[in-house]
Design a protein around this ligand. Sequence first.
Ligand code: FUL
Length: 475
Amino acid sequence: MAMLPLAMHGKVNPPAPYGPTPTARQLAWHELNFYAFIHFTTNTFNDMEWGYGDADPDLFNPANLDCDQWMRAMKAAGIKGVILTAKHHDGFCLWPSKHTDYSVKNSQWMNGKGDLVRSVSEAAKKHGLKFGVYLSPWDRHDLRYGTPEYITYYRSQLTELLTQYGPIFEVWEDGANGGDGYYGGRKEVRKIDNKTYYDWTNTNFLIRELQPQACIFSDAGPDTRWCGNESGYVGETNWCTIKRADFAPGIANREILEHGDEEGVNWVPAEVDVSIRPGWFFHEKENGQVKTPEQLMDIYYNSVGRGANLILNIPPNRDGKFNTEDVQSLEKFGEMLQKEFSNCINKLIVNADASNTRGGESTYNAQKAYDDNHETYWATDDSITTGEITFNLKKPTRVNRAMIREQIALGQRVSEFIVEAQDKNGTWKEVAKATTIGNKRLLRFPDVETTALRLTILKSRACPVISDVKFYYAE
Ligand code: FUL
């Protein structure tokens, strides 16, 4: 006999999925929360952001490449994966592609025997980080850019990247497209129609075929979307849904991308891309502008803490290492992040009551919101879209942080909620108010000493399904 889903062991059906729901690959992606971006190419050596496409391959020559150092610094910050710019807009390939001469094989670095995609993917594997690739669609070097042959070239390169370097967790389809460039010496302006030129549908089929577990990022998904800015935040209200058909890579309504679309028909959650420095590539002159651990913490709350994933860019220097300023900031941030959520006060919860429990059945009761099991959840009856859980504490306890998660496998529902704390006179005081929850909502509020905490769902598109509520005290 087939196993019944856990919640069916009771008499009451679990809530039916509401609206679009994530695929298994998206659900796995949601659990990652935080990964890194590496921008590295000839731009690093000639101090550019968008190389024109005519840089001499010999320019690329990191004298003391140390990918282990990158991985250690990333891990110290709590980073769980890394995406490398295998090719940026300048067209220079960091691996010895068979389909162009414009690559590391013609640079003096390691006498043309180097393969940076290999070095980074192997270091990532060794340190337990996931690996992903960015392959810029816009190529300012290649003569074929703008013609159908270029699309064949792009796909051949993707095939190399997706077959030679182990499992890929994400493929980054950039939106910057067309303009002036070297283009095999023609030095002209080339414009493409970014809705039709790339035929993304078929490129994405290829990715699915070669790496079925990889999430595909672009302004339009299909798996994860741009958050509409490069400043390190997603909207306070952040829906994981959009209408995918309204977008294409390079065709982006920033307002919608920043907040998602409550009525959206596709599950395409936001990814927040931001650099630890003003630029995406390393520039000596920006050494004094590395984001501080405190700034990184704000970014973390404004991305991961709003249900998005964070991709933080850390550009290696000309030596092939992360600069000291960047390493120090990452390490300090990692320590702060660890402290932020190390003192969970859920252990002091003696009991919890919900205003309504689905079918009156223990399978969905308030305890399931703090049982440390993401699979189980508190849910109400289908007709109930507001409600509260009161968490009673063993003794007066100081609290200043909270984490709340919906069981997004059943869709995103909540659009308004508050957290309150009861003072010693029995008076309830609001400590936090927010809109959407989604995969994860992190809240910071001033210290409060309390004997009971209350989560109130004020508005939800369907019965709330809350899988985790955790309270913390951060010193
Ligand atoms: C943009 C690019 O133009 C930037 O150079 C950078 O790679 C960023 C992540 O995406 O579209």
